[in-house]
Design a protein. Sequence first.
Length: 71
Amino acid sequence: MDDEFGAAYARSLARDHVVGALGNRSPQAALDAGTPPREVWLALCRDMDVPQERWLGKEAPVRERRERRDR
């Protein structure tokens, strides 16, 4: 989250942003309830309109991002 949104904003999103796909919970509340981190991250990416090529993070190789996107 820090890489995509910056450290301060990532903390705010994790704590305060309500995501419908997470049962109308914040990402942190969803994690605390046992939702897998990857599921939380992908729900947040969709909700925040993060381009799909960045869902795996900026360090993921381009080829790997394309392969996962095409699945």
